[in-house]
Design a protein around this ligand. Sequence first.
Ligand SMILES: C[S@@+](CC[C@H](N)C(=O)[O-])C[C@H]1O[C@@H](n2cnc3c(N)ncnc32)[C@H](O)[C@@H]1O
Length: 330
Amino acid sequence: MFRLSGFQFPDAAARLYPDTPERPWVLEVGFGDGRFWPHHVQHSAQTFAEVPNYLGVELSGVSLLKAHRRLKSAGIGNAILSKMPADVLVREVIPEASLDAIIVNFPDPWPKAGHEEHRLLRVPFFELAASRLKPGGSILFTTDHDEYFEFACREAQASGVMQVETGDPPPAALETKYALKWRDLGLGVHHARFMPTRRTQVPHGSTLPYPETENDVPHAILTLPADFAPTDFQKYTAQGGPGHQGGHTVVLLDLYASLRRDGWVALAHVVEGELTQEVLVGITKRGDGSALVRLAKFGGPIITPGVKAAVGAVTAWLESEGATVTHRGY
Ligand SMILES: C[S@@+](CC[C@H](N)C(=O)[O-])C[C@H]1O[C@@H](n2cnc3c(N)ncnc32)[C@H](O)[C@@H]1O
């Protein structure tokens, strides 16, 4: 199981699957309780020369644990599960032209009017997928939802980079938890295969893992007012962009005093499109009379423009309290 901070940006199959780097690579989006892949491996035993490398992405932590157990008991080793929004993984982690297939079984349909923007299969995702799929690769989409099916096919056409073919789903797509649920209700399913007609250029963002070297950690050095001893903290919001997915919002939620040393920690909520991170920013008094504001390693944050802005927001708040900044490293 991988956290976002466990990946490189972009990553490489050779690093993620060191024993099987040459095998085809399949991504499943929203794998739920993880029934698809073991069934698919079993159903396709004759067609696979060897079991492809599998990467699954989910938002739900409970699903992640269930799927992990299922893959383990099926004896499938070359599989990675990760918890994050699919589009963040595909954009930041997946190298160009590297996936053989993207499986999307019964995605959340967001049926209410005006909620279509939450759907995964829209033009931006098709453009992104056309950059990350290998030549000959495809998206395999199965759903029970008539309206989402038509919507996704329309969006694929509108992207101008996908050929749409309808047909029967892979048999294993009819064995997932949601497939069984709809089958019990007597409902049918739709299936489409979206194949890129050309390679798009969708750059990776400026996301980085937490730096190895001290100096590369987003930070600032400043002088606090002599009598600095905050007793009150109001929520503080900063917005900026364009950055990751066109902008970020930082909300400083709270400030905690350290009982062990002369310092504080601010809790920041950082939203950048689909990606949300909660990070800690430390404020530590140093021997030379200055203070260091620095992103903490706690929680494994990844460095995005919004996370840098969180360090900037703490610095700006301290300036509003009378601090003088001598160095900005964010
Ligand atoms: C309706 S369920 C289908 C689950 C499974 N594919 C099945 O057929 O049983 C949709 C799943 O997609 C996950 N999901 C929704 N949005 C997602 C996103 N942006 N990235 C990754 N997973 C997502 C949800 O947590 C949920 O488990």
